[in-house]
Design a protein around this ligand. Structure first.
Ligand code: CTP
Length: 362
């Protein structure tokens, strides 16, 4: 198999080299190891199992395997004599004790002419079934298993006329990462997203909206549809105002630039906080460019939510539209400031913290 066939068939990049300068810069072997929900080793050769069992890390595969915190599933494939060899037996026993799961090997004809026995890699469909079982087990034992979570994310676009909008710089990265982290932690997640240029997170049901009023309607629909929502995380950068829109495209005219009349948008977070379908734990975000903590404390009281995740979005911080975030968790109990982290890591840590808070509330 060539890297090109793997990339073409999966529609993903194929990584080969440890410390390839371009890949290391873009992705990095540590990130490659951490981003996965599950690492599948197929085929798991006798050599790779030996490396894994002994913690060797001298190529990309073994390094990613040593660096990963995700569950690992191995599908061994080797000659029956090698599978039965005492060294392989020891390695498999050690790996099992380390928590590595195995699928197969099966019995059957080997690549070597005329040989058959135990060592044949499981069929792809068996491996897929094992992957589904492993992911299902991870979700079922996750910190948010059995919880319903509603997340808003991204900006809103408020039409000025049929072709123009008022928008903001939110990328949706933080909100989407929270939805993904909650899903990985076993929650049933609905994500209401404004217009973003990033992919839908895996395992999440996504409702796409444009304006603040559409976002409010989608949030209300999600709250009233199905079992009660346990956790609401409102990370969207909702436009505070909309334009008294024009039905037709505004034309340049002799009268000079048009005056835009702004009207206030509904406050989604505040109205959900007051409403009958308020989630047990309600989290708002505060995007501030100065006096971050002070404004966040005021916002906590004004919005009526349980937590404000405050971040500095001043242009110097690089947060808005960027990949890293430094947040402060503001609750009635006080303020907790976290070190700057990738938005994915922030999401993971927030999901775990919200799970704890829910636990103490129910
Ligand atoms: N929010 C909302 N609906 C709005 C405005 C904000 O649900 N119309 C939510 C955001 O999703 C976020 C929180 O309220 O969770 C705070 O958003 P932010 O824009 O920081 O606060 P504002 O209320 O708009 O206050 P200000 O613009 O004065 O800072």
């Amino acid at each position: 198999m060539t890297p090109l066939s793997v990339a073409t068939l999966t529609g993903e990049r194929c990584f080969e080299e440890l410390f390839d300068l371009t890949d290391e810069h873009d992705v990095g072997h540590i990130r490659l190891a951490r981003d996965a929900d599950l690492v599948v080793v197929a085929p798991a050769t006798a050599d790779l199992l030996a490396k894994m069992a002994n913690g060797l890390a001298n190529d990309l595969a073994s390094t990613a395997l040593l660096a990963t915190t995700a569950p690992v599933l191995a599908a061994p494939a080797m000659n029956p004599t090698m599978w039965a060899a005492p060294a392989t037996r020891r390695n498999v026993e050690r790996l099992t004790a380390d928590g590595v799961a195995f699928v197969g090997p099966g019995e059957g004809l080997m690549a070597e002419r005329g040989e058959s026995g135990l060592g044949r890699m499981s069929e792809p469909l068996e491996i897929v079934a094992a992957v589904e079982a492993a992911l299902g087990a991870a979700a079922a034992s996750g910190l948010l298993a059995g919880r319903r979570v509603l997340v808003t994310s991204g900006p809103t676009h408020e039409p000025i006329d049929p072709v123009r909008v008022l928008a903001n710089r939110s990328s949706g990265r933080q909100g989407h990462a929270i939805a993904a982290a909650a899903a990985r932690a076993g929650a049933q997640v609905t994500l209401v997203s404004g217009p973003v240029a990033i992919a839908d997170p895996k395992g999440v049901s996504v409702v796409k909206v444009e304006s603040a009023r559409e976002m409010l309607a989608a949030v209300e629909a999600a709250l009233s549809d199905g079992p009660p929502v346990d956790l609401g995380v409102f990370a969207a950068a909702v436009a505070d105002w909309r334009v008294e829109g024009a039905a037709q495209k505004i034309k340049k005219g002799a009268g000079g630039p048009p005056a835009l009349a702004l009207v206030e948008n509904p406050d989604i977070l505040a109205s959900v906080a007051k409403g009958p379908l308020r989630p047990k734990l309600l989290v708002g975000f505060a995007a501030e460019t100065e006096n971050v903590i002070e404004h966040a404390k005021a916002k906590l009281a004004r919005k009526g939510c349980d937590v404000i995740v405050a971040n500095d979005v001043s242009p110097e911080s690089g947060v808005m539209g960027g990949v890293r975030n430094a947040v402060h968790l503001v609750t009635s109990a006080g303020v907790e400031s976290w070190e700057p982290m990738d938005k994915e890591a922030v999401a993971e840590a927030l999901a775990a913290r919200f799970a704890d808070m829910l636990e103490t509330r129910s």
